[in-house]
Design a protein around this ligand. Structure first.
Ligand SMILES: [Zn+2]
Length: 111
């Protein structure tokens, strides 16, 4: 498994641009952030921030519940950030998940 940060190819303060997994475009925007907080295998908290780009009203909204069904981590904390691409309109999500002491990063295309 490849690790980010163990041997950085660029200086730590250099920015890395996120690209669209479909067209490779570098103009992508996040419009939704989900935070899942819990200790191992326990109930927890889900905080969702819907950004201006995700809502017709163009106003951000925050919601809080205990639904962990979409938590990218099976047993612990996770964060999901949804993006959309200016070039091809694809929606994709970047997931950070705690897994056996490691933090894993994955991306998936939204249906
Ligand atoms: Zn694209």
């Amino acid at each position: 498994m490849r690790a980010i940060g163990d041997r950085p190819a660029a200086p730590p303060d250099e920015l890395v641009v996120l690209a669209c997994p479909n067209c490779g475009g570098q103009c992508v925007h996040h419009d939704r952030v989900d935070i899942y907080e819990r200790s191992e295998d326990s109930n927890g908290l889900h905080v969702r921030v819907m950004g201006c780009d995700a809502r017709p009203q163009r106003q951000p909204v925050v919601s809080v519940d205990h639904v962990l069904d979409e938590n990218p981590s099976d047993r612990r904390q996770g964060v999901s950030i949804r993006f959309w691409c200016e070039g091809c309109s694809l929606r994709f999500t970047l997931d950070l998940a705690q897994h056996k002491g490691q933090t894993v990063i994955a991306s998936r295309v939204e249906p």
